[in-house]
Design a protein around this ligand. Sequence first.
Ligand code: MG
Length: 161
Amino acid sequence: MEHYDLAIKKLKERGVTINDIAEVTLFLQTKYVKGLTLDHCIEEVKNVIKKRESINAILTGISIDEMTEKKLIDKELCDIIMDDEGLYGIDEILALSIVNVHGSIALTNFGYADKIKPGIVKIVDNDGHNGNKCNTFLDDIVCAIAASAASRIAHYGIEKK
Ligand code: MG
């Protein structure tokens, strides 16, 4: 569980809590699941983050954001990541490693959340365009976790809990 704890800690250091991600999941799934609560969303967000694919994507993505801020990457690439260039796309690809193990509902919700940018996604996105801050990978990771939790809720429902 030590890598799970580290992933949670790194997210928090970058301004994202489990609660924040669960709110996005609730936003995505509330109209489809009667009686869905934030607590249930929190539980499923934790279940998503526990998976090795998620932990690896969180730790890798946040590391790249941090290395970019510290300019530890070749300048040419650093500029691309810092500017969050629309055609870069590797941030979305990394986040797909989370989405890919949670089915098609995760995939469609991932694309939707990336477009709409609900709650913490918009905050992270705006924050990433502030001065020396870089959240190019983080925003996609948050969308991917929230969307994957939404998929778990769709598949497993809430009665069984
Ligand atoms: Mg991004």
